[in-house]
Design a protein around this ligand. Structure first.
Ligand code: IFM
Length: 452
């Protein structure tokens, strides 16, 4: 096999992704402190099946096995996240050496297998003490992210080239603080806008900290951008507002140093201080796009969703109108939506390389192959359609450098617990035995063909 390929744009790299809280388990091992997700899971009714992050996939104890699974998949890169509460159990102060040691083993294990490590510093597991001090709505949390980023980059900066600061800050801010369906489960729209701003500030400060430790680092941010399509007469205003919150906040601040004018909360000088936007502007070397589905927004009327409206504070009553076919999440399957978001982002963020950092589908296990493994033809079709869409956009000139499948393993799907399965590999409940699905074998064939 050839050596590791580069994220230099000369070819489309393939990868697989996971996130710490969703796979690791071991939530009290080696000095890890509690995160907001540990706390949120303890809230009655917060998680559909009443589960939590232990044992998840037990990956903390099964690191070698999981890295071998990625190697055997034959992809180029592995995207994972670093658990802040393992590195800084209190969310501030000195590092917990065992936490850094663990992620060093992850990175070294990837490099030994010729895999590119793509770490994300923050995939939602805020140390609980920081939430107790106010969480993302408080400005100090941004400074704390930078302090944590410096600790990680000091240790790993000589081996990691491409970093991302945040995963899907829209979820952290608006599902966490407005709709309350993610940790920490608060419901206050104004507070959510404050969280959004401080997440962006945290990104900017963390990027600076990573570059201070590793001057050649490429530091990006991972956004769940979505095409927002008005569906029918009278739908434009709602769609434009959703677009502003879902896409405009992040790209506006990062690229133009401006928030969408329609979002009054982000025009408050007590929140967005002089110089903040200048600090945020231009701090992303690349943009990661997590794409699953487009949003079709209908005119306000019957069948609106209160929860969805809460996730876009200040929006008119919203109706999301997904069509068929849909995944088990109820998300419409539209590969053309990925083309749309790639082209739109390339236009909005000229000159920035794009990586599809997540794309995948939840389906029930369905049929089994004769050897007992999951025969997930629907997931294969989803993967095939979206990878083809990515390649089409590359051929059309979009600088998209990677396609990273979500996700390696069936895992803890946040408020859905273990009821939704996105994995290329099944994780048998109880034994935690890994059983590759047909989609894993299919993706391995694609990866092998891409390397020939
Ligand atoms: O599981 C999540 C992941 O953590 C972030 N992006 C979306 C995935 C599927 O919901």
């Amino acid at each position: 096999m050839a050596g590791p390929r580069e994220l230099d744009g000369s070819s489309l790299l393939l990868g697989a992704a996971t996130a710490s809280f969703q796979i690791e388990g071991a939530t009290t091992t080696d000095g890890r402190g509690p995160s907001i997700w540990d706390t949120f899971c303890g809230r009655p009714g917060a998680i559909r099946d009443g589960s939590d992050g232990d044992p998840a996939c037990g990956s903390y104890e099964r690191l070698t096995e999981d890295l071998d699974l990625v190697r055997d998949l034959g992809v180029d890169a592995y995207r994972f996240s670093i658990a802040w509460p393992r590195v800084q159990p209190e969310g501030s102060g000195a590092a917990n050496p065992a936490g850094l040691d663990y992620y060093e083993r992850v990175v070294d294990g990837l490099l030994e297998r010729d895999l590119i490590p793509l770490p994300t510093l923050y995939h939602w597991d805020l140390p609980q003490p920081l939430e107790d001090a106010g969480g993302w709505p408080v400005r100090d949390t941004a400074e704390r992210l930078a302090e944590y980023a410096a600790l990680v980059a000091d240790r790993l900066g000589d081996r990691v080239g491409w970093w991302s600061t945040l995963n899907e800050p829209w979820c952290s801010a608006f599902l966490g603080y407005a709709a309350g369906v993610h940790a920490p489960g608060r419901r206050d729209g104004d507070v959510a806008f404050a969280a959004a701003h401080h997440l962006l500030l945290g990104h900017a400060l963390a990027a600076e900290a990573v570059r201070a430790a590793a001057p050649a680092a490429k530091v990006g941010i991972v956004l769940n951008l979505a095409p927002v399509w008005p569906d029918g007469d009278g739908a434009e205003a709602g769609a434009a507002y959703v677009d502003a919150v879902q896409n405009g906040i992040w790209l506006g601040a990062l690229v133009d140093g401006r928030y969408p004018a329609v979002l009054a909360a982000l025009a408050d000088p007590a929140l967005v201080r002089e110089g903040d936007l200048a600090l945020i502007k231009g701090t992303a070397d690349w943009i990661g796009i997590n794409y699953y589905t487009p949003f079709r927004i209908g005119a306000p009327g019957e069948g609106g969703s209160e929860l969805a409206t809460m996730a876009y504070p200040g929006a008119p009553p919203l109706r999301f109108l997904p069509r068929e076919p849909r995944t088990e999440m109820g998300w419409e399957v539209v590969p053309a939506g990925l083309e749309d978001v790639l082209v739109t982002t390339a236009r909005r963020a000229p000159g920035l390389p794009l990586l599809v950092t997540e794309n995948g589908s939840a389906y029930a296990d369905g049929t089994r192959a004769p050897d007992g493994s999951v025969q997930d033809d629907d997931r294969i079709a989803y993967l095939q359609g979206h990878l083809a869409a990515t390649r089409r956009m590359r051929d059309a000139g979009v600088d998209v450098r990677a396609y990273i499948a979500w996700t390696l393993l069936d895992n803890f799907e946040w408020s859905y617990g273990y009821t939704k399965k996105f994995g290329l590999v099944e994780v048998e409940p109880g034994t935690l035995r890994r059983i590759p699905k047909a989609s894993y074998r299919y993706y391995a064939q694609l990866a092998a063909a891409a390397r020939r």
